[in-house]
Design a protein around this ligand. Sequence first.
Ligand SMILES: C[S@@+](CC[C@H](N)C(=O)[O-])C[C@H]1O[C@@H](n2cnc3c(N)ncnc32)[C@H](O)[C@@H]1O
Length: 275
Amino acid sequence: MTETSAWVPDGIDLERPSAARLYDYLLGGAHNFAHDRELAERFIKAQPNAREIARHNRSFLRRAVLFMIERGVRQFLDLGSGIPTVGNVHEIAQAADPTARVVYVDYEEVAYAHSTLMLASNPLATIVQADLTRPLDILDAPETRGLLDLTAPVGLLMAGVFHFVPPAKDPARIVATYRDAVPPGSHLALSQFTRDLMPAEMDRVVEVMKSSRDPMYPRTHAEITALFAGFDIEEPGVVPTALWHPDGGLDALDDLVDGDDPNRAGIYAGVGRKR
Ligand SMILES: C[S@@+](CC[C@H](N)C(=O)[O-])C[C@H]1O[C@@H](n2cnc3c(N)ncnc32)[C@H](O)[C@@H]1O
């Protein structure tokens, strides 16, 4: 079996575009299908900065992992991890410390299949196919229990994913369940779409995403900040992704160049430390 066919899971519904494959397309990946690309083009029409927004979000994730590594975190639970692409969490963390451990979680079939292939020879990283709105399924999964020590600080990563969690699922309760399962000194990195920065574009995006498997729920700055309950939010607070510890890295995920408007990053991001 070639890799190309191995990442296409049996029985996948190619007609229904997914956020995972849309994001892969926006980041220049090849693990997407015609309907995903069609959705992505409509997304870009609604929000012309879509590619830039995706790159800024991915870059925030990289910086947040390095921030946590500097603070001694060596194990990560990456919720809504997506299809492997540039700057995967285990690559970033294990480049800094080869003993770092990562459990990825995604409910999307291609994300799971491709991650499984990529991690086959990495004993310190794995993926659980599960819905992050059911935290106990993930916290009690044998993969999680086998790889993570929940008595030592954990880096909880929730990048670009809570805008897929509807208010009815009580996002604050979900975050709190993960928070309560890890010890003080654990960290949370969270980023999510907002209407605050570009309301007209965000309203159009919400409409576009209604035809996907993953409708979107933007949140205000106050609502996103409230998700950090029980965490001390690190400086500079909850800010547009491009303003969270920009490091001017020269990789493919550069931060904003001088003169760009950080509000065009479209997504708020922050990192907190559990008290
Ligand atoms: C935009 S991607 C973000 C990927 C990565 N976290 C990043 O920031 O680069 C969002 C991912 O979250 C996944 N996702 C959305 N809702 C989810 C849920 N309830 N449970 C698990 N995964 C979810 C999607 O399948 C998709 O792969």
